[in-house]
Structures are given as C-alpha cells and as structure tokens.
Design a protein around this ligand. Structure first.
Ligand code: PEP
Length: 250
C-alpha cells in the first residue's frame, strides 16, 4: 500500500496573510510530521498564497495543492488560472470537482474531465471529488451519481494515460461536508470496495482513494482503518495545526 494522503482544504477560510502565517508559524511542526509520518501531506491555500506558502515550506516534504483550475490551457478567460501557472508556483496537486464548485460555479462533469486533462498535462496530481447529495443518498441513488461522475474522470485518465503517474479520488458525500455527520463504517466499507474495484478495472495507474466530510481528531483513526481508504480530505479540522497534526499522527 502507498503512503497515506492528508489533504488540507483551506477553502476561502484563510486570507493570504493567514495562510502564510500558518505555514510560517508551524514550519518546524509541519517538517517534523511530514518526515516522521511517512505520509503525503498536502496544503491547499487559495490561489494568491500558493507561491508564498510553497516558498516557506520549500525545505520540507509538505506539498502544495490548488483548490481548482481552469478547464482551458490559456487564452481570454478573465479571472481563471491555468494548470501551467499552478505548476509554475510549485503546486503539485489540485482539487477539482469539489461539491462547492459543482454548486456555486456550476462545474459540470465535462468541465471536470477537461480540468483533469489540463492538470495531467502539467504533471499535477488531480484530487477529484465525487459524492452524492442527501436527497440522492436517501433515494438510494448514490451509485448512479458516482458512476456518472466517475465516467468522465476515467475518460480523462485513460486518454492521458502516458501523462498519469498518480491520481486521487475523494469520496465526499455532500451531506457529510461541514455537518458533523459521518457515514456508517459499513456504508463506507462498501463504497470504497466498489470504488477500488472500479478504479482498478478502468485504469492501470496508481490511484489513492480519499474520504472527506466532517473528519476530526476523534473519528479520523476509525475512518482510516476502513479498507481501501488511502487518506483524508479535511476541511474545517485542517485549519487548526494541532488538530491536523493529531489526525496525521494517529
Ligand atoms: C471539504 O469540504 O472538502 C471537507 C472535507 O470539509 P469538512 O472537513 O469541513 O467537512
């Protein structure tokens, strides 16, 4: 099994100054936990802080990730940021398909496929979020939704096969994000076994399967004990270094 991945999704919770201060104030702690835990630790600040946070952490094994990317390579797309620019800041990971972007930016599965391809062309590891709404969960439509979302992801991975070294899929049930609600262990066991089989069947590259949604210092260990969960995508609990460190160490 590969290294466990711990992805801190800071969303728009930390300003430029706050993101830099986090990296600066916890430089030694981050260095130590990255050295000792044998895990892949990825901090995802908002765009303006990517380069500076990377510079602060340049002598550590901590990686930097973006929270989204343009579906286009370059051109007249005001306000957007290309995968090439991300790569030039030292960013080696990028979250795409987050449910907040699917909702507020109307990001579609086609957009996510394009974004995935743009990232792979720049050797940036995509962390692709999938997940169903509460309504779909209650109507037992989870697998329909996930199948649809995965189809586009596997198309991108297969088409750019020669560029892909590693990709990550983060299963984040929308009803678990920021709600304090965690799916049952039996439910997650079934979902991750299925995701593992699907990904093995569809692609022959290395992949990691992450869980995201209300992870905290109390529940992280149990979630990580579930077979085929290779890491965690952490929102709220990643904003406090002591909590984030506790999750990684345990
Ligand atoms: C997220 O939005 O990616 C997330 C996992 O958030 P939280 O941990 O706060 O539920």
């Amino acid at each position: 099994m590969g290294k466990k991945m711990f992805v801190a999704n800071w969303k728009m919770q930390l300003s430029f100054d706050q993101a830099c201060a986090f990296a600066h104030n916890h430089l030694e702690g981050l260095k130590k936990v990255a050295d000792q835990s044998q895990s892949e630790i990825i901090l995802c600040p908002s765009f303006p802080a990517l380069y500076n946070v990377k510079q602060i952490l340049k002598n550590t094994k901590v990686h930097i990730g973006a929270q989204t990317v343009s579906r286009h390579g370059s051109g007249a797309y005001t306000g957007q940021v290309s995968a090439q620019s991300l790569a030039q800041t030292g960013c080696t990971y990028c979250i795409i398909g987050h449910s907040e972007n699917r909702k507020y930016q109307h990001e579609s599965n086609v957009d996510i496929e394009q974004k995935c391809k743009e990232l792979l062309k720049q050797n940036i590891t995509p962390i692709i979020c999938i997940g169903e709404s509460k309504e779909a969960f209650e109507q037992k439509k989870t697998y329909n939704i996930l199948n649809e979302q995965l189809e586009f992801i596997y198309t991108a991975i297969t088409e750019l096969n020669h560029h892909v070294k590693h990709y990550a899929i983060a299963y984040e049930p929308i009803w678990a994000i920021g709600t304090g609600i965690i799916p049952e262990v039996a439910y997650l066991t079934e979902i991750f076994a299925w995701l593992h089989t699907q990904s093995r069947k569809q692609t022959d590259t290395r992949f990691s399967l992450l869980y995201g949604g209300s992870v905290n210092a109390q529940n992280a260990h149990n979630i990580l004990s579930i077979k085929h969960i290779d890491g965690l995508l952490i929102g709220g609990a990643s904003l406090d270094f002591a909590t984030f460190e506790h999750i990684i160490k345990n």
